[in-house]
Design a protein around this ligand. Structure first.
Ligand code: HEC
Length: 104
């Protein structure tokens, strides 16, 4: 009985934790609108391009590193993000970029 109650709580909490990790589909749409003029945002992006393709970033960076570089563009110099994007947007963008690692 106690196990059933705990499982019920876990199921109720689950969607919130998934949402906190970002929505890769929404991230893909944001990337197309805000990032594609400079980056190759596709899963087929080549390594060693400038700026780096999102597929290569997915391969050599952890999610937290990607998040940091979107949050603090000045850390890596030349990325001139002129528009302030929201924290939810960043979660979605990170989820999208990370998802590219598993595609060919
Ligand atoms: C005006 C062009 C431009 C736009 C628009 C742009 N970027 Fe960039 N981005 C760059 C350049 C140039 C770099 C490389 C900076 C460097 O390291 O010298 C970069 C670097 C990055 C990096 C770090 C790559 C690494 O070295 O790990 C991430 C992550 C990134 N961009 C994400 C984004 C996302 C997400 C968006 C859309 C919200 C975006 N960028 C929009 C030009 C752009």
């Amino acid at each position: 009985m106690r196990g059933t109650v705990l499982l019920g709580i876990a199921v109720l909490v689950w969607p919130a934790s998934v949402a906190a990790q970002g929505d890769p589909d929404r991230g893909a749409a944001l990337a197309a609108a805000e990032c594609a003029q400079c980056h190759d945002i596709s899963a087929e992006g080549e390594p060693k391009t400038y700026p780096p393709s999102f597929a290569s970033i997915a391969w050599y960076r952890e999610a937290e590193q990607i998040r940091a570089r979107i949050l603090y563009p000045q850390l890596h110099g030349a990325m001139p993000l002129t528009r302030v994007i929201g924290l939810d947007d960043i979660d979605d963008l990170v989820a999208y970029i990370v998802s590219l690692e598993n595609e060919d």
